[in-house]
Design a protein around this ligand. Structure first.
Ligand SMILES: [Zn+2]
Length: 389
């Protein structure tokens, strides 16, 4: 692998956002973030040392998510983090992320089209759900609510462990949130059966409590008057931090989506020009940097790098960011990295040129010496023949 680990770590620590629509994690940080993270970490250490599992305290960015969630109330953030660890254990999240097989996936897609599809203009993964096309009755003949929730958790883990790190490598900056599109065409209050409400509330509960702050933006599209009424009620149950990331749009949503997502990354049914025809359609192609073999190779090599130290922990992003405390970890942009690499190559080329010149000069000296030798030999022969020696 030609990309050095240190360079990748530097890229991953960089957080510069170009799109004005992004909710900038850095911008939202207040100056005492570092102090708050330190305090939270110390509190967690005290709690977790007793249980001999302090290695579950994760990277700064994850801790910051819990601090955002509780408006920097360190004690509440500690409780939320511990609750999340408890839930992970009870729900068997590690087991789900390694072993869960959603064999009915293709069938489910027919009645509940959803999935990740490419990245937005800032490099965040894009998640699309076509809620208006959900046929819950037929869907529940193919799978169960319990398995749908497990599938959701599996995908969340996959996003944390593979999609975000892969997008970070592709974008040359740290990516830690998703841009989501929810197509609610035809959805109104009457569309929500008891089972649909259960599924939605269960997923919302898991996402907001155990995967906080992983949403960049949510665009609700094709919202009719029915959905808008429903939205008024739903909005009150959301925290202000999440609510401000959601934009509800009617049928004129295309220009907004194109503003944040390049048409090549947007399915044709949402106004883009992608059809993923060779992969069976945009909702099952799962296209994105997380399927790029070169990027997956980098992820694999990074995972192996500290495998022993983390006792086979699967959170790759955490392994990368574990180097944050090393002093030589100044944020470096991709262009700066390339510039530095170019300088190194130029230096090497310059040394080769110097060696070539030195070799050429040595050759000239040796040639002259050889000519002198021949000259001397000729003279010696001449003198020998003339008997003057
Ligand atoms: Zn596509």
């Amino acid at each position: 692998m030609s990309v050095p680990l240190k360079v990748l770590q530097k890229i991953l620590c960089k957080t510069k956002y170009k799109n004005k629509d992004d909710v900038d994690e850095e911008e939202n940080r207040n100056p005492s973030d570092h102090e708050a993270i330190k305090k939270l970490r110390e509190l967690l250490k005290l709690q977790l040392d007793d249980r001999n599992n302090s290695n579950q305290i994760t990277d700064d960015h994850t801790l910051l998510r819990f601090l955002h969630m509780t408006d920097y109330d360190i004690s509440k953030a500690k409780d939320s983090f511990l609750n999340h660890l408890k839930w992970r254990e009870e729900f068997g999240v590690e087991k789900i992320s390694k072993e869960f097989n959603f064999d009915e996936y293709e069938q489910v897609q027919k009645y509940y089209p959803h999935g990740f599809h490419g990245v937005d203009r800032s490099g965040n993964p894009v998640y699309i759900e076509r809620m208006g096309l959900i046929d819950l009755t037929t869907l529940l003949e193919k799978t169960s609510l319990e398995r749908l929730v497990k599938h959701h958790v599996y995908e969340q883990e996959n996003t944390l462990n593979v999609r975000f790190p892969a997008c970070s490598i592709a974008a040359g900056k740290r990516i830690g949130s998703t841009t989501a599109i929810l197509d609610v065409k035809g959805i109104g209050a009457s569309s929500f059966s008891k089972q649909a409400r259960y599924l939605l509330m269960e997923i919302q509960h898991i996402d907001s409590n155990y995967y906080p702050d992983t949403l960049n933006r949510l665009y609700v599209v094709n919202a009719g008057s029915g959905f808008r009424l429903l939205w008024k009620a739903l909005r009150t149950s959301l925290d202000a931090h999440t609510a401000k990331k959601i934009q509800v749009l009617g049928s004129n949503y295309k220009s907004k989506l194109i503003e944040v997502i390049d048409p090549s990354n947007l399915p044709s049914f949402l106004g883009g020009n992608c059809t993923c025809s060779e992969q069976g359609g945009c909702m099952i192609s799962d296209k994105g940097p997380w399927n790029d073999p070169k990027i997956l190779e980098i992820l694999e090599s990074l995972k192996d790098n500290k495998k022993n130290a983390y006792d086979n922990h699967t959170n790759v992003e955490e392994v990368w960011l574990s180097a944050e405390s090393t002093p030589d970890n100044t944020p470096l942009s991709l262009s700066e990295t390339i510039k530095q690499m170019k300088i190194t190559v130029e230096e090497a080329e310059s040394r080769f040129r110097a060696i070539e010149v030195a070799v050429a000069q040595t050759k000239q000296v040796l040639q002259r010496f050889s000519e002198k030798c021949k000259e001397f030999q000729m003279k010696a022969l001449h003198f020998e023949k003339s008997g003057t020696i």
